[in-house]
Design a protein around this ligand. Structure first.
Ligand code: NAD
Ligand code: DAU
Length: 332
């Protein structure tokens, strides 16, 4: 492999992946990104022009996609509408990008016989009870709850069908909740950090007891690269770093790290259909492909993320007011 096409490479996880690839491999990268409200050209600032080309466009644009597939050896597909709260407000863009957009890419992969890696989420499996000791595995039945997760589940099933019916060279990964630099302020951790930086109290949905399984975005990137290099075609790999925490604990850690009282947060209106708990068993990825996470200590990764938002206000400030206005209108 020498040239990779990264869809959604100006988003949170895609831009972290591009940085990881340029730092740790010899591959060149083409980014295809529509620059929706969630995409930011500045997330790719400072990267070398001779190894990175940026193309603004829609993954649903067949002609554009076809021309780009001609120029690359592999495609890593991150582009998506990614926020559950938005999907409850206006599901349509989620169907267009996550389902139809993925279909357009799969057809191009079929025509060009291109190696294809599909990025997905643990949310396709639905949720677990808080006290249930079990975790998601590759054989957990699909049971998505939200418009977002149901469109991601649909896209996974399309990939599986294109592998079986047309023999495309594809793999899938389903990862747990990512944190780290360049994450949009609509998401939980950056929203609370930037709230504290602005003197606003953090907002916890419901009782704050919902559990998410946190992984640093750079560990997600190293896992994807491992699957791209060593994964078995047609296979699904779950990616997780044993990072289960409830939302209240995370907010208290943020407040404490930022020198605020641990209880200086508000409980607000819960998310409709709010998944209780996600938990990933990543044994297949670890034992078959030898992957290990590097950011073992969540408190350390969180402190570094807080520092990043403190130092990069010019990156997040332009989105902050509109994001908070959206939440305020819903009592969140
Ligand atoms: P994000 O919202 O930060 O970024 C999405 C990017 O896709 C943006 O740059 C946006 O401009 C681009 N995009 C959207 N629609 C497009 C289209 N039609 N054509 C081209 N580009 C388009 O999302 P993220 O959090 O970085 O998530 C990236 C991927 O990882 C998604 O597929 C998501 O489902 C998956 N994922 C996310 C997490 C998480 O914790 N954030 C966890 C597991 C999996
Ligand atoms: O599990 C992987 C998924 O993680 C990805 O597929 C999604 O793209 C990504 O957005 C994320 O989904 P979540 O819905 O879990 O993430 P979010 O950051 O929106 O919320 C995390 C938890 O925090 C969730 O339980 C809702 C809660 N929350 C969120 C916000 C924005 C709050 O309590 N307060 C908030 O202000």
């Amino acid at each position: 492999m020498s040239r990779l096409l990264v869809t959604g490479g100006a988003g949170f996880i895609g831009s972290n992946f591009v940085r990881h690839v340029l730092a740790h491999t010899d591959h060149d990268v083409i980014v295809l990104d529509k620059l929706t409200y969630a995409g930011n050209r500045d997330s790719l600032a400072g990267l070398p022009d001779d190894r990175l080309r940026f193309v603004q466009g829609d993954i649903g644009d067949e002609a554009l996609v076809d021309g780009l597939f001609e120029q690359v050896d592999a495609v890593i597909h991150y582009a998506a509408e990614s926020h559950n709260d938005n999907s409850l407000h206006d599901p349509r863009p989620f169907l267009d990008t996550n389902i139809i957009g993925t279909y357009v890419l799969l057809e191009a992969a079929r025509r060009h016989e291109t190696r294809f890696h599909h990025i997905s989420t643990d949310e396709v499996y639905g949720d677990l009870e808080l006290e249930d000791p079990s975790r998601f595995t590759e054989s957990t039945p699909y049971n998505p709850s939200s418009p977002y997760s149901s469109t991601k589940a649909s896209s996974d099933l399309l990939v599986r069908a294109w592998v079986r019916s047309f023999g495309i060279q594809a793999t899938i990964s389903n990862c747990s909740n990512n944190y780290g630099p360049y994450q949009h302020v609509e998401k939980f951790i950056p929203r609370q950090i930037t709230n504290v930086l602005r003197g606003i109290r953090p907002k916890l949905y419901g009782s704050g007891e919902n559990v998410r399984d946190w992984i640093h975005a750079d560990d997600h990137s190293s896992a994807v690269l491992t699957i791209l290099e060593k994964g078995r075609i047609g296979e699904t790999y779950l990616i997780g770093a044993d990072g289960e925490k409830n939302n209240k604990d995370v907010v208290e850690m943020i407040l404490e790290t930022m020198g605020q009282p641990r209880d200086a947060y508000d409980l607000v209106t819960d998310r409709a259909g709010h998944d209780l708990r996600y938990a990933i068993d990543s044994q297949r990825l670890r034992s078959e492909l030898g992957w290990r996470p590097r950011f073992g200590d969540f408190a350390e990764g969180l402190a570094a993320t807080i520092d990043w938002y403190r130092m990069n206000e010019q990156w997040w400030a332009p989105s902050k007011d509109a994001t908070e206005a959206f939440y305020a209108a819903k009592g969140q």
